[in-house]
Design a protein around this ligand. Structure first.
Ligand SMILES: Nc1nc2c(c(=O)[nH]1)N[C@H]1C(S)=C(S)[C@@H](COP(=O)(O)OP(=O)(O)OC[C@H]3O[C@@H](n4cnc5c(=O)[nH]c(N)nc54)[C@H](O)[C@@H]3O)O[C@H]1N2
Ligand SMILES: Nc1nc2c(c(=O)[nH]1)N[C@H]1C(S)=C(S)[C@@H](COP(=O)(O)OP(=O)(O)OC[C@H]3O[C@@H](n4cnc5c(=O)[nH]c(N)nc54)[C@H](O)[C@@H]3O)O[C@H]1N2
Ligand SMILES: [Mo]
Length: 693
């Protein structure tokens, strides 16, 4: 987008003609400037006093308090009692410095971030199969020429509206296939002969993919030459899908066997095929295996690395891609390096100018980190940068208990989010239009963000906060608060890693912003971009990132019973609405968006509702062993009768994550967000709390 100044300190957003969005923005983009001058903005550091009231204090005092609390915690409990929780919305510079700050200034291994809730399953599957995880290993615009696109668990019509036009080619060819237990706005795009909607029971996608793969193998649709030349592991995968014949898969998923066969044959047709996954299939306790099954299918069909075809995952947050590359993940060092790899540690220690032994080992993934708050041996002092875990983390009531059990909680935010409200100290930071930095988009393309307005006087950049604290804590390395200096250091730290940014600098990204083009002929700054190269718009054309250049087919199967338990309860699926963003800290503060959607709504099938005596618009309680959520019922034939849907955009009595469990994927640490068993009934007193604001 482009910001235009419309007078002193006020700005207007407009769409910029750009290949990913072609000038399109979603509603949240158009309304985003309202938040810059919002009256709720936190404008000074706030310290919670003994009465639980937040009162303004000076920055000097705030930083001294933090230093004292960190030192006290460290000397009493050890450095791992200090924790950091980051965010995929942070710029590359902030994400990079946060990882360095945790390891060197705090000396802790206990850092992880909300991307664990977002991209971790697809990342784990991509790393396992391809040796690298770049959400889309090809430019988004490539999708336009495809005849067939299989979109699994992704509702882009609501979650990425500007993306939808890239589906047009496949729609025109009748080849858009959407897999979702709901007839979502995206599934609706398949109507009138534009494609197919497969509507499986929640959490049965793995079985569905095994069924499609079974047909590919049995009907001789696999690309044998590609499999032979570019992959390992065919035999094990071919054997593993033998028991997944379409009629059996129909019984588990509810998707007709004929549709499974037709889908397999359509995907194998020439003319360009893409398989794309979203959070609907990834945010499960078997999300890595489900994404792996999607990748196996793509590899058997010879799609990845073949021009005009491919596999990809649709990265979510503003900097969901860059945020997962530069070290705010528990097991990671910058450049997508592994913290357990001796060569990676030596390289990064060299850039940081410290002995390698000063870099702690791997920490623990987000759910485990949050479960340890205030517990013996766990984290007692926590820094939060760019996440609202009280609303967005699974099993939210226990997360709230954990935050309240901490000795000290520091939250950096520009609003008093539900998490900031719990903090002992809130530090006011800059918003997107006030800071410089880079973001890496869903295609692995590095983009420059320029500051357009002056921040409120009391707010500080997070780079500044980390740099000052590092000084106070006598960190053994230098910490700059200048974005370009930090980016230059990031480039050096990433050099030679999987996500190599060493050939990218601010000056060239600035030229691109001014539409003067990049030195590489205007292709865009796609990593890996080693110094002296032209970057990599398309990965895998010649080789995959494993040492032998081949992709790995990894057999997967549902772990235990795949059928939906017949306990009489409903499957609760969670996800997003067009109007709101994530925990809603930002979008619940925009009048227009709130007017369209101001409280929690339960989507429920009319037949199911009738059986429970629930009328359209009735106030209902959605409960399980972990808690109860209050919502208004919205009867809709778009959802399966065995499934109900809540968004996770609302706090308090409308917080869907009170119901989700702490169960996680064993490979990625992704929580089981998308499927939870619940009971629904009419709200007894029919008195709903005001859950919105
Ligand atoms: N409006 C809006 N847009 C956003 C965001 C937002 O909060 N609001 N957040 C951004 C972020 S961070 C992300 S990660 C992306 C997420 O983008 P999406 O992945 O598109 O979003 P979700 O709504 O979480 O899930 C997509 C679909 O998965 C379906 N689903 C649920 N369970 C299952 C299942 O078991 N199987 C299958 N096949 N489908 C299932 C849901 O019905 C839903 O329609 O959106 C980004 N864009
Ligand atoms: N049930 C359920 N739960 C889910 C999901 C789901 O589908 N279902 N989806 C998950 C997914 S995919 C995601 S990505 C997470 C998102 O979960 P969160 O990241 O917790 O959600 P946000 O609302 O984006 O919270 C970001 C907070 O950081 C602040 N913020 C924004 N930018 C910055 C910045 O630059 N610096 C700092 N310090 N603060 C900033 C915002 O004001 C806000 O308070 O939720 C996850 N939770
Ligand atoms: Mo996300």
């Amino acid at each position: 987008m482009t910001l235009t100044s419309t007078g002193p300190e006020s700005v207007e957003v407009s769409g910029r003609d750009f290949p990913t969005n072609r000038g399109g923005l979603c509603r949240k983009g158009w309304t985003s400037t309202e938040l810059l001058k919002h009256p709720d903005r936190v404008r000074e550091p706030l310290l919670k006093d003994d009465d639980g009231v937040h009162r303004p204090i000076s920055w000097d005092r705030a930083l001294e308090i933090i230093r004292d609390r960190v030192l006290a915690t460290r000397s009493r409990y050890g450095a791992d009692a200090v924790g950091v929780f980051g965010g995929g919305g942070l710029t590359n510079e902030k994400a990079y410095l946060l990882g360095k700050f945790a390891r060197l200034a705090l000396g802790t291994s206990r850092i992880d971030y909300n991307g664990r809730f977002c991209m971790s399953s697809a990342a784990a599957a991509g790393n396992r199969a391809f040796g690298v995880d770049r959400g889309l290993p090809f430019p988004l615009a490539d999708l336009g020429s495809a005849r067939t696109i299989l979109l699994l668990g992704s509702n882009t019509a609501d979650t990425m509206p500007p993306f939808v036009h890239h589906l047009q080619g496949a729609r025109d060819a009748g080849g858009l296939i959407v897999v979702d237990p709901r007839r979502s706005a995206t599934a609706e795009l398949t109507s009138e002969g534009r494609g197919r909607h497969l509507q499986p029971a929640p959490k049965t996608d793995l079985a569905l993919l095994l069924g499609i793969t079974h047909v590919v193998i049995m009907d001789g649709l696999a690309d044998r030459a590609y499999v032979e030349n570019r992959t390992h592991g065919y035999d094990a995968v071919a054997r593993s899908v033998t028991p997944w014949w379409p009629e059996r898969v129909q019984a588990i998923t509810g998707v007709p066997a004929q549709l499974i066969r037709e889908t397999a044959h359509r995907l194998a047709e020439p003319g360009g095929t893409y398989i794309l996954t979203g959070r609907g299939v990834e945010q499960h306790a078997n999300g890595t295996d489900t994404a792996t099954a999607a990748i196996n299918l793509a590899l058997l069909l010879g799609l990845p690395g073949t021009p005009g075809s491919g596999y990809g995952t649709l990265t979510g947050q503003g900097n969901g891609q860059g945020g997962r590359e530069h070290g705010q993940k528990a097991d990671q060092l910058p450049g997508y390096r592994k913290i357990t790899d001796p060569a990676a540690r030596a390289h990064v220690a060299g850039v940081w100018g410290v002995p390698e032994s000063l870099i702690p080992g791997p920490g623990v993934p987000a759910v485990e980190l949050l479960a340890s708050l205030g517990r013996p041996g766990g984290v007692r002092c926590l820094f939060v940068h760019g996440a609202n875990v009280v609303v967005s983390a699974p099993n939210a009531s226990t997360v709230l208990e954990g935050l309240r059990a901490l000795d000290f909680l520091v939250v950096c935010d520009f609003f008093l989010s539900e998490t900031a409200a719990e903090a002992d100290l809130v530090l006011p930071v800059l918003q997107w239009a006030e800071e410089e930095g880079t973001m890496t988009n869903l295609e692995g393309r590095i983009l420059r963000r320029r500051a357009a307005v002056t921040p409120p006087p009391g707010a500080r950049s997070e780079l500044w906060i980390m740099a000052r604290l590092a000084e106070l804590l006598e960190a053994p390395s230098s910490f700059s608060d200048d974005p370009e200096t930090v980016f230059t250091e990031l480039r050096a730290a990433s050099a030679g890693g999987l996500a190599d940014y060493s050939g990218v600098d601010y000056a060239m990204l600035d030229r691109e912003l001014l539409d003067e083009g990049l030195p590489n002929g205007g292709a865009g700054a796609y990593w890996p971009y080693p110094a002296g190269s032209n970057g990599t718009p398309r990965l895998f054309l010649d080789r995959f990132a494993h040492p032998d250049g081949r992709a790995v087919l990894h057999p997967v199967a549902p772990s235990s019973s795949v059928s939906v338990p017949s306990d009489g309860r409903l499957a609760l699926a969670t996800g997003r609405l067009l109007e709101h963003y994530q925990s809603g800290t930002q979008t619940r503060r925009v009048g227009d968006l709130l007017a369209t959607s101001n409280a929690q709504v339960l989507q429920i099938h009319p037949v199911t509702a009738a059986g429970l005596g629930i009328a359209d618009g009735a106030e209902v309680e959605v409960s399980n062993e972990r808690g109860t959520v209050f919502a208004r019922a919205e009867l809709s034939g778009a959802i399966r009768p065995d499934t109900v849907f809540l968004s996770f955009h609302f706090p308090g009595a409308g917080n869907a994550n009170v119901l989700t469990s702490s169960e996680t994927d064993p490979v990625s640490g992704m929580p089981e967000f998308k499927t939870t068993r619940v009971s629904v009934r009419v709200h007894r007193t029919a008195e709903i709390e005001a859950v919105a604001v």
